[in-house]
Design a protein. Structure first.
Length: 125
């Protein structure tokens, strides 16, 4: 059995962005009944470039997320369990919000005028 004095969040948080993106992309493709093993452009960073962001901007954003995740990981070292949980939740929610922001910017979520599409109210068509 692998044992380490380093708290688990310290080992995982620096990679949280990649773990979450890969996990959500895989589940999204499975739900859509896509062939998950085929090449695709479904990862958040790919969708950001599809929105017109430069590779430099996407890379900068990804680096900022990793730096913030590493800072949270470093803060976990002296922290107690409650603070560690709060840090993991904060990083996870922050990354999820970023993914939702990208999703909201994608053309299929906009009308011809660029306004956000809202789903119809229940009972309306």
């Amino acid at each position: 059995m692998l044992s380490t004095p380093v708290p688990f969040p310290v080992l995982v948080l620096p990679f949280a962005n990649f773990i979450l993106d890969t996990t959500f992309t895989l589940f999204r493709r499975l739900i859509r009944r896509e062939k998950w093993y085929q090449a695709h452009r479904s990862h958040v960073y790919q969708r950001m470039t599809d929105l017109g962001m430069t590779h430099r901007k996407v890379t900068s954003i990804e680096m900022l997320v990793v730096v913030a995740s590493c800072a949270a990981a470093a803060a976990c070292i002296p922290a107690g369990p409650a603070v560690r949980i709060a840090l993991v939740v904060s990083v996870t929610v922050g990354i999820a919000c970023g993914g939702l922001w990208v999703r909201g910017k994608e053309p299929q979520n906009r009308d011809v005028d660029g306004n956000r599409r809202t789903p119809p109210e229940p009972g309306q068509t």
